[in-house]
Design a protein around this ligand. Structure first.
Ligand SMILES: Cc1cc2nc3c(=O)[nH]c(=O)nc-3n(C[C@H](O)[C@H](O)[C@H](O)COP(=O)(O)OP(=O)(O)OC[C@H]3O[C@@H](n4cnc5c(N)ncnc54)[C@H](O)[C@@H]3O)c2cc1C
Length: 481
């Protein structure tokens, strides 16, 4: 007899979905343990955009989508460099997971959005963001009879005689369970782990993490202690950051011109931010955002063009404004003698200030201005409404790096049943994992709500599998007694 049939470590989207599903799949007693006093982890702070294919909401919106297409697009966007077995099982159920969330009172907008490069709108947006998602899941968990132990950081997984996991230890207390689900989130808040497992996202003075302080990466300690495999080295989502005011801004303003250290443009600057991470990585992980004074202080006749030149993706959201690339932030930085913004009276002057080969940036801006007057970006296809010429001195170049850490994706290796895989290549009995603490499912965020989809989807798979194990154990015990 165990203290609980299923123990879930972590109360983010993954943990709560796992807990509710475990009860629905027959687990008689489920406990969620969380290190923090409040539930929700990074999920609570999130935008609440969730990828799903084949949902009722899509059908109601007239979007005909096939989850098989999601599988193929997902594999292609990740260069097939993810674990196809688990990805396939999860992706095929993403629409069903959205329906399940909606049935548990998660309030979705009717309108879906395009979050990445998908051909069908698959990003389901929760009205009220992550807070509303967690609120609905927490209510569902309480109604289902899930118990909570908050403010209890699990330090250790307890192993039985045969190496399987039989419980958890938090402080002085040890609790036993037929199945334990690790849903402890990522490790963005832990500099040492970032340096070790996500080195391309770690640069002192530049990197900063926008998620919860609770993302401490405790799953690595669990893995070490019980011999679980870790996968997904150097993966996660980084967004571009000018390193000025630490204001999280996923998209660049549409009027921005992004060039590499060679002075050349590399992409449509309004590309989905999840894909921008990969683009900058391919160009040495550094770039410059170039603009002119009109972008900071638009003349009256261009005010509306600049105002509307910011990608709008969120249903019912008031127009976004650039947080970093505006006169307040740029002028303040220069006034303080900051060196992250270069300013010059000519584009050639910018080249010299940055140390770029003479003539390249000037040539590139000349070419861009030609596209702006023609209203057509023949190089990278940026929409005409975003093309504004750079002709008003002074000119500015702000160095950007992909060092705003949004999420991490290195962690426990799981199979298609969310079972944690041990060093011997076999599932560790009694141990499951879901969400940001796992690896192999996300390579880079493809921009369609795929991390919450991962957390919710694998949370449900883990909850289902854990309940199956616990009910089987209970039945065989009943047969024996
Ligand atoms: C600002 C922001 C916006 C985002 N927006 C989106 C979005 O719109 N769409 C999307 O797909 N993704 C988004 N993401 C990413 C996404 O929110 C996360 O990847 C996802 O929520 C992770 O869910 P999780 O359940 O795995 O972890 P979390 O939600 O972080 O939950 C982990 C929980 O485990 C607990 N815990 C950790 N260690 C222990 C321990 N040892 N013992 C007990 N408890 C422990 C923590 O306290 C925490 O409550 C966003 C992230 C951020 C930061």
């Amino acid at each position: 007899m165990t203290d609980f049939e299923v123990i879930v470590i972590g109360s983010g989207a993954a943990g709560l979905c796992a807990a509710v599903t475990a009860v629905e799949a027959g687990a008689a007693s489920v406990l969620v343990v969380d290190a923090e006093a409040v539930v929700g982890g990074s999920s609570r702070l999130s935008g609440g955009v969730i990828m799903g294919s084949g949902s009722s909401l899509q059908r109601a919106a007239g979007i005909e989508d096939n989850p098989v297409d999601l599988v193929h697009e997902y594999l292609s966007l990740n260069g097939w460099d993810v674990a196809r077995g688990p990805v396939e099982r999860w992706a095929l159920r993403t629409g069903e997971t959205i329906d399940w969330l909606a049935a548990h009172d998660v309030p979705f907008f009717d309108r879906l959005i395009f979050g990445g490069d998908e051909r069908k709108a698959r990003s389901h947006c929760v009205d009220g963001g992550g807070q509303a998602l967690i609120g609905a899941l927490q209510s569902a968990a309480r109604s289902a009879g899930v118990e909570f132990a908050l403010g209890q950081r699990v330090e250790r997984l307890v192993q039985g005689d045969h190496g399987g996991v039989v419980g958890v230890q938090a402080g002085l207390e040890t609790l036993t369970a037929a199945a334990v689900i690790v849903a402890t989130g990522g490790f963005g808040a832990n500099d040492d782990l970032l340096a070790k497992y996500f080195p391309s996202a770690y640069e002192p003075g530049w990197s900063w993490y926008i998620g919860a302080d609770s993302s401490r990466g405790d799953h690595f300690g669990f893995a070490d202690a019980i011999g679980a495999q870790v996968t997904g080295f150097d993966r996660g989502l980084r967004t571009l950051d000018p390193g000025l005011a630490r204001l999280n801004e996923a998209f660049l303003p549409g009027w921005a011109v992004l060039v590499g250290t060679d002075g050349r443009r590399m992409v449509d600057e309004t590309a989905p931010y999840g894909l921008m991470d990969q683009v900058l990585r391919a160009h040495g992980d550094r770039g410059y955002v170039v603009f002119d004074d009109a972008a900071l202080r638009p003349p009256a006749e261009l005010t509306s063009r600049y105002r509307d030149s910011y990608k709008q993706v969120w249903p019912n959201h008031p127009p976004f404004r650039t947080k970093n690339y505006n006169a307040d932030v740029i002028d303040a930085h220069l006034a303080e003698g900051g060196r992250k913004v270069h300013r010059a009276d000519t584009v050639g002057g910018l080249e010299r200030a940055i140390g770029m080969t003479e003539g390249v940036l000037a040539g590139e801006i000349g070419r861009y201005n030609g596209f702006a007057s023609a209203g057509s970006d023949d190089d990278h296809g940026k929409a005409g409404k975003f093309l504004l010429p750079l002709t008003t001195a002074p000119y500015y170049a702000v160095e950007v790096r992909a060092l705003t850490v949004n999420l991490t994706a290195c962690g426990l290796r799981i199979d298609d049943r969310a079972r944690v895989v041990g060093a011997d290549g076999q599932p560790i009995a009694g141990l499951y994992a879901a969400g940001e603490c796992t690896g192999g499912i996300i390579k880079t965020y493809i921009g369609s709500g795929n991390s919450l989809a991962n957390a919710c989807g694998f949370g449900r798979i883990a909850g289902d599998e854990a309940a199956r194990r616990s009910t089987n154990m209970r039945r065989s015990q009943e047969v024996r007694t």
